[in-house]
Design a protein around this ligand. Structure first.
Ligand code: TYD
Length: 221
């Protein structure tokens, strides 16, 4: 059985990833492809519990190393339970965030550095690399504004509190944003950078173009 295709979506909070994943999944389904959609943190029974710990603003004083270790614990579980089995069965896996998020947020935002993150990725995740990563990077100002609005809405509607990251200061997000750019520059073959404040349809078109290209590479394998 030919191994499946591993696609990840990355970007800051408020970059429009969730909308784009839904549209991309629908685009695939129209073509008779049924992707396995995953997200991090979370997506497994254990992972959802880790997610709660990580995102709840009551988890105050979480040390950066603890935060990073929990992200990797969640990822190890997702790889074992969802991602690897699906890839082994030849399926397409569409994952909302992966190790680039840890490099950007913990490596960049929390200033733990890329080396530590990449080393842990090698040890814990067997260095599993996406075939293609779609990185949505609207301007920092635009992303922050959207994240703030979404967060106010979510809390008002459901009373759930996943605000721990949204409470971070602008300097934190600036470091995350810069680290994402650094990753894109370092790995141009894997990372497709979709920059600027584009309309939802324009971003979707760029995503579809990149995914269609990775499909044709995939069929040549
Ligand atoms: P989520 O609500 O899934 O955000 P989004 O819809 O923007 O993806 O929350 C995930 C948060 O966790 C987000 O702020 C980014 C952060 N995060 C890390 O800091 N490191 C990681 O490795 C991952 C996967 C997420």
């Amino acid at each position: 059985m030919q191994r499946g295709l591993f696609i990840t979506l990355e970007g800051l909070d408020g970059s429009g990833k969730t909308t784009q994943i839904k549209r991309l999944a629908a685009w695939m389904q129209k073509r008779g492809l049924v992707p396995v959609v995953a997200r991090q943190p979370g997506g497994t029974t254990t992972g959802d519990r880790i997610r709660e710990l990580l995102l709840d603003s009551r988890s105050s004083g979480l040390a950066p190393m603890t935060e990073m270790a929990l992200m990797f614990a969640d990822r190890a579980q997702a790889i074992a339970e969802v991602i690897e089995p699906a890839l082994a069965e030849g399926k397409i896996v569409l994952c909302d965030r992966f190790t680039d998020s840890t490099e950007a947020y913990q490596g960049g935002g929390r200033e733990l550095g890329s080396t530590t993150v990449l080393e842990l990725h090698r040890l814990i995740c067997g260095d599993l690399q996406p075939d293609v990563t779609l990185l949505l990077l609207p301007s920092l100002e635009h992303s922050l504004d959207r994240a703030r609005k979404r967060n106010e809405r979510t809390t008002a509607q459901s009373g759930t509190d996943e605000n721990r990251f949204e409470q971070e200061q602008e300097a934190f997000y600036r470091r995350v944003w810069q680290k994402y750019r650094e990753i894109a520059a370092r790995e141009p073959d894997r990372v497709v950078l979709i920059e600027g404040d584009l309309a939802i349809d324009e971003v979707h078109e760029q995503i579809v173009e990149a995914v269609a290209m990775s499909f044709s590479e995939f069929h040549k394998r």
